[in-house]
Ligand binder design. Structure first.
Ligand SMILES: Cc1cc2nc3c(=O)[nH]c(=O)nc-3n(C[C@H](O)[C@H](O)[C@H](O)COP(=O)(O)O)c2cc1C
Length: 366
């Protein structure tokens, strides 16, 4: 079958996609739409309990029966084997509990009557094992490890016939992931939304390309337009991996107050905070991140204690759409999130902009 895209490269052929644009979202609708539009949709499953994950992956396939899709898990190796929510919650210091109760009061947040991942689960190796089992039993073609690359995990994904991807923020992470057997690296820079390291995308990508031993590298962090996709190729990457841009897509259907906040924000309106998960995570600034940065606020706890501490609050804020406290992980690419659009339009624009940028670079100097 002929391929209409001029961007198709070796990595696309290897994965069976048309354009080397990778999109991660905590929404099967968004991930499916990205794959249907010719890129690779990556369903971020870290916020799914093991019971719902298998069904979610079947639904993802139904939405996207004819294109490859990927699934991403967070697998930090530092967490204990088993954790119950009660045992983790019991270890939360009273001072922290008082602070979070204060946030409920200050912002008039009614209690949650519906749970979400943050209020129902705590991260542990047992949870990761159950999530992983759902992933390797699924027919998803690509497995991505967001945080942590345990060799046994990569081996299981490979044995299930899945391509393996690891997100890395330093050359040292890349070495570890390669020693664990990973096929493809995502060099995710400081600019990125979500858990992030300290090296900016522009400095990181060529360093990861240099140590990748010929493995394909995909650039991530701060990419919101085709010029940056083209720049990724110039840095030696074979693709671009985006997270923030999809938050504004029609398929994501986030609460309107959150979308309005994301659309109003510029690159300077994201902050790195440990208050979300216990690990440094770039999020859109909100009354939540501001409160944790106030003088006198307690230091956020480590993972998974911070999640046990704030889970009920996050569930209540989500359920009741408490506008000041609503937030989401978001990168400096937020500057390009300016309107609600279908995924297909975002993809078409990224492809057209990338092609135009590459053409203008070919004409250089003029
Ligand atoms: C809302 C959101 C949630 C994210 N969740 C995950 C995740 O669960 N696993 C993961 O590997 N990366 C996650 N990331 C990071 C993305 O994989 C990606 O590296 C990042 O979004 C790239 O930078 P950008 O946000 O500027 O596009 C998330 C990013 C965002 C914006």
């Amino acid at each position: 079958m002929s391929n209409p895209h001029t961007l198709t490269n070796a990595l696309c052929r290897r994965l069976g996609i048309q354009v080397p644009i990778f999109g991660l979202a905590h929404s099967i609708e968004v991930a499916a739409a990205i794959s249907r539009a010719g890129g690779l949709g990556v369903y971020a499953a870290a916020r799914d309990g093991p019971n719902e994950l298998a069904a979610k992956l079947r639904a993802l396939r139904r939405l996207c029966p004819n294109h490859p899709v990927a699934v991403d898990l967070l697998l930090p190796t530092s967490l204990p084997g088993s954790n119950t929510r009660a045992s983790v919650a019991a270890a939360v210091p009273p001072e922290h509990q008082k602070f979070v109760q204060g946030l409920f009061k200050r912002f008039g947040v009614p209690p949650a009557t519906q749970g979400n991942f943050f209020s129902q689960y705590v991260r542990s190796q047992d949870l990761f094992e159950e999530q992983l089992e759902a992933v390797v039993q699924s027919d998803v073609q690509v497995f991505a490890a967001g945080v942590g690359t345990p060799p046994a995990v990569l081996a299981r994904a490979k044995a299930a016939g899945q391509h393996t991807i690891a997100l890395v923020g330093t050359p040292r992470h890349a070495e570890k992931a390669m020693a664990a057997g990973v096929d493809i690296l995502v060099a995710q820079g400081y600019d990125a939304g979500g858990h992030t390291g300290q090296i900016g995308t522009f400095s990181l990508v060529p360093q990861i390309v240099a140590c990748a031993g010929g493995r394909p590298v995909i650039a991530a962090g701060g990419i919101g337009a085709g010029a940056q996709v083209a720049a990724s190729f110039a840095l030696g990457a074979q693709g671009a991996w985006l997270g923030t841009l999809w938050l504004g897509t029609r398929e994501h259907a986030l609460p309107p107050a959150l979308v309005a906040k994301l659309m109003a924000a510029g690159s300077e309106d994201t902050v790195i905070t440990r208050a979300h998960s216990g690990k440094p995570c770039r999020v859109v600034r909100s009354a939540f991140s501001d409160a944790w940065a106030e003088t006198g606020a307690p230091e956020p706890l480590d993972m998974p204690y911070q999640q046990a501490l704030i889970g009920e609050l996050l569930a209540a804020v989500e359920q009741h759409e408490v506008a000041p406290l609503l937030y989401e992980a978001a990168g400096q690419s937020i500057a390009w999130l300016t309107k609600i659009e279908p995924v297909a339009e975002v993809m078409a624009r990224l492809v057209a902009q990338t092609e135009a940028t590459l053409a203008s670079m070919r004409a250089f100097p003029n």
